[in-house]
Structures are given as C-alpha cells and as structure tokens.
Design a binder for this molecule. Structure first.
Ligand code: SF4
Length: 321
C-alpha cells in the first residue's frame, strides 16, 4: 500500500498492488462508510473500474492508510478540531475533564436558565449553539434571548429540510431579533445528487447524514470552546447518560445540555406559556422532525422518534451518539 498523493484536505490517492497489476484507488471509490467523507474532490472524476473489485482486506488496508495519513479516527472523524484548534485551545487533559465532571455535578439540580447563564459566563464569546429548530432548541433559543441574545446560533441547512422548519428561522428573527446562521455542505443538493447518481437518503442514509450534516458540523465546531445541546435524557437510551457539562469527544469541545433533566412535558409547557415559536408540523403528527425525505408522521402509541429514517435501523444522525 502506498499513499500516492494528497489531493487537497479531503482526498487522498492510494495505490495498492494486487497479484496482477497495480490499482489506483481513492476512498470515494470504495463502498464502505469509512470512506464516505471524501467526495467532492477532482479525483472523483477519475473513477477506476478496478477499484470497485477491492477485496475486503484491500479495502480495510486502504481505509487504514487513508485515515492515518489524514489524522482521522476509526469513524473517519478528525482527531483534532473543535476547541483544540481554538484560540486559546482547550485540551481534554485528565485535569480538565475532572473539572468538567465536577462542574456538571454541581449544576445537576440547577434550572436550564442557570445552566445557560453559567455557560455564557464561563465560555462566551467562544460559546455557540447548533439547532435543528426542534421544540427543545426553540426553548433554549428563547432562554438565550433573555440571557445572552448575542450568542451565535446556527443551523445545518442540508438542503432537505421542511419549508416549515426553514420558516422558523424568520420567526426567531422577528420574535427575538436573533439571526440563526445557516451552515451549508460544500455541494448543493443538485451537485450532490448529480455526483451520486441521484439522492442517497433512501439507500445510504448514514452516508447522506455524514456528508450533509456531520462534515458540516465538524467544520462549524472548529474554534469554539463550548456549545449548547438541546438533548433531554429521557429521549433515548443513547441520551440517558448525557452529563449537564462534558467533553464532546466527537466534536472536541465542551458540550452543555441545559435541558438534560427536563421532560417533554416541561418543554411544551414553557412553549405554550411563553408562546415560543415552534414547528407547525408538530401539530400534524410529527413529534420529531429532521429532513423532509427521512421524516414521516407517527401514529398514536408509536415511539417519538419512530418517524425518523423509518424502515432503517438508524435512529440518530450521528451528532449525539
Ligand atoms: S436526514 Fe435524510 S436527507 Fe437529511 S442528511 Fe440525513 S439521510 Fe440525508
């Protein structure tokens, strides 16, 4: 195995020797998820038929070589990013992690507003928030508007979101004077679908989420010290263990979850009492809303997230697990 060339930040050209000849490959050509974060580079146009016949060992070897050369972990996630490249950087040393754990414990019984105030005092102006405009996110935006309306808030605009979701950005601006910034993938939906021979959300939603959400979020996380997350512990098993404050290993910054201890009922009760804007689709049988092609309404008695990626094992887009 030989690394032939680095084709910009996101692509690498790999050569490997088979019994008959030398093949040239690049991660995009290999049909495994680990490689799915490499498209959009010029080399894509040099697709090699031989690269499609990689053996399992060859594929795995090419993946390992590419990851090592590009400083990616087993999931293809950059090993360094987020707060580690901030100015000044934050490193997850054992001492710092112990400090976060202590802070988390001391905030365990505080209100979401007190937790947000603590986060702003401690980390602004290096404190931000990503939102998908769900009820919990809208609740935090409402609280931030009272505590620190200057907090930068952004949304991952995959190009596949519901129109009703996008309209919430305007409603936030009107109600709170806060502008939620859109963060876009490198490729437009048209370019992405052209490159992949059509949409891939129905055939490979993991890769679609990786390209349209996770890659964008990794880039958006660079340079911040901390961000707010809208997760609640009672939403899923994955989320049940979320601390109030902890180190986000995936995105390499401090993650603060002010609503971790809240219930769905508490969230909706505040929305109703304060007339916080929310997605009208929630009133039409959509308890959890993601991109339009991957979200369906649910029937009475179905799980809250069963309308997401219906028909797939997938329950999370990869941002929180
Ligand atoms: S939710 Fe669906 S459309 Fe949106 S990025 Fe994931 S797979 Fe693609």
């Amino acid at each position: 195995m030989e690394i032939l060339d680095h084709l910009g930040q996101d692509c690498i050209l790999v050569a490997f020797q088979s019994r008959k000849s030398t093949h040239f490959s690049y991660p995009q050509a290999v049909p495994c998820f680990q490689f799915s974060h490499f498209p959009g580079q010029p080399i894509v146009s040099l697709d090699s038929p031989s690269s499609k016949s990689l053996s399992h060992e060859e594929s795995a070897g090419a993946a390992r070589a590419a990851r090592t050369a590009m400083k990616l972990d087993e999931q293809g996630i950059p090993l360094v990013g987020g707060a580690r490249v901030a100015d000044p950087p934050l490193e997850p040393t054992p001492e710092f992690l112990a400090e976060l754990s202590k802070e988390s414990e001391s905030l365990e019984n505080e209100t979401p507003q007190a937790i947000l105030k603590w986060a702003v005092d401690r980390y602004a102006p290096k404190f931000t928030m990503a939102t998908a405009f769900g009820p919990e996110g809208m609740t935090i935006i409402h609280m931030l508007a009272e505590i620190a309306p200057e907090t930068p808030v952004f949304n991952l605009e995959t190009g596949y979101q519901f129109e009703e979701t996008l309209q919430l950005r305007e409603r936030v601006r009107e109600r709170y004077g806060m502008t939620v910034e859109y963060k876009y993938p490198k490729l437009t939906v048209e370019e992405f679908e052209r490159e992949n021979g059509g949409p891939i959300y129905a055939t490979d939603p993991n890769r679609c989420c990786f390209e349209r959400k996770l890659r964008v979020l990794h880039e958006a996380a660079r340079g911040w010290h901390a961000w707010a997350s809208a997760i609640r512990r009672d939403q899923s098993e994955d989320r049940a263990k979320a601390p109030i404050v902890g180190w986000d290993r995936k995105f390499q910054l401090v993650k603060i979850s002010p609503l971790a201890n809240w219930t769905k009922q508490q969230v909706w009760s505040l929305i109703s009492k304060q007339e916080i804007p929310y997605n009208p689709l929630h009133d039409q049988g959509y308890p959890s809303i993601g991109c339009q092609p991957c979200t369906r309404s649910v029937m009475a008695g179905e799980d809250e997230r069963s309308g997401r990626w219906s028909g797939f094992q997938k329950t999370e887009c990869g941002l929180h697990n």
